[in-house]
Design a protein around this ligand. Structure first.
Ligand SMILES: C[S@@+](CC[C@H](N)C(=O)[O-])C[C@H]1O[C@@H](n2cnc3c(N)ncnc32)[C@H](O)[C@@H]1O
Length: 293
């Protein structure tokens, strides 16, 4: 069965999203008896002035949030909150087909997504934005037609689209797209006409692309134990086939210094070489491997 469908562009318009980082800024202003606070309503991308009243805060669009709601947001370090009709709603969804629970987890920078409790990006000693930049740098210069095999929150696709002609990004689970709609940092997925989103299994979708189509492939799969077929020799042969001659693959793996990361890296390097890739080299800064056709 071919699960591939193009997803029609749409997003949640003019949304306000808060996390503990921004809610704390508002509480701090209240402690100082300020009448206004400058705070981000899109998880740090822009800043806005909000009015502070004795019982609530007033947002520029007329919505209000009671101080109890602000305190609830401040107390939760694991979820971001969408604000709609003066109510707050945790950004978290359960995917029945995959039996996975997703939640948008704030950081001082871009949020990451927890998949059944595991962060999707590196957050120890770095943040999801810097993690994304290191992946892009490993494959730079990014130009021409790019394939991003696993969309997630879309950060690699959005960053690649800054210099590429066009980016195709694939996501297995439509519920992940629903989280993206609620994440201010993922809006490029819906706004940027240079990005095409596909829903399907990258393993199957890759088979349908013509030979030599992509100048760059960014492969940032779930860990080996969750998606072994995206680390298989047959899949690497497909990636090799659809890469343009002299094209480059970036393959995220995980901490090369961890026992499992080192073992997976050795296997990945060997199978990429067997699939025909040359100059297959670990790139420790990005926790990945770079390979050329
Ligand atoms: C590590 S995240 C990718 C993060 C992404 N690069 C970003 O910038 O946010 C892996 C994503 O791959 C998706 N996924 C898992 N198996 C897949 C498959 N077989 N094909 C396509 N996507 C898959 C997961 O649902 C998850 O959203």
């Amino acid at each position: 069965m071919n699960l591939t469908t193009a997803v029609t562009p749409s997003k949640i318009r003019d949304m306000n999203v808060l996390s503990c980082f921004q809610a704390e800024v508002v509480l701090q202003a209240r402690r100082q008896s300020a009448e206004t606070a400058v705070v981000s309503l899109d998880l740090g991308l822009t800043e806005t002035a909000v009015s502070l009243a004795p019982t609530h805060i007033l947002l520029p669009d007329g919505q209000t949030l009671a101080w109890e709601q602000i305190e609830e947001i401040t107390a939760n370090e694991l979820a971001c909150y969408l604000i709609a009709d003066s109510a707050i709603e945790k950004i978290q969804l359960f995917s029945e087909p995959l039996n996975r629970f997703y939640s948008l987890m704030p950081t001082a920078s871009a949020p990451t997504m927890l998949i059944s409790g595991i962060p999707m990006h590196r957050i120890k000693g770095t943040n999801p934005h810097r993690d994304t930049l290191s992946k892009i740098k490993a494959a730079a210069p990014i130009a021409g037609e790019v394939l991003d095999t696993t969309m997630g929150l879309g950060y690699t696709a959005i960053e690649a689209a800054k210099t590429a002609d066009h980016v195709i990004t694939i996501e297995l689970d439509p519920t992940v797209t629903e989280i993206c709609r609620r994440n201010p940092w993922s809006q490029g997925l819906f706004d940027n006409p240079q990005i095409t989103r596909l829903i399907g299994d990258a393993y199957d979708v890759a088979e349908a692309f013509e030979d030599g189509r992509f100048t760059r492939i960014l492969h940032d799969p779930p860990m080996f134990s969750l998606a072994g077929h995206l680390y298989a020799a047959e899949f690497y042969e497909q990636l090799y086939r659809i890469l343009t001659p002299k094209g480059r693959l970036f393959h995220y793996i995980g901490n090369p210094k961890s026992k499992s990361g080192a073992g997976v890296t050795r296997g990945v390097v060997r199978r990429l070489q067997e699939a025909g890739f040359r100059r297959v080299k670990p790139n420790p800064q990005s926790f990945g491997v770079v390979a050329y056709k």
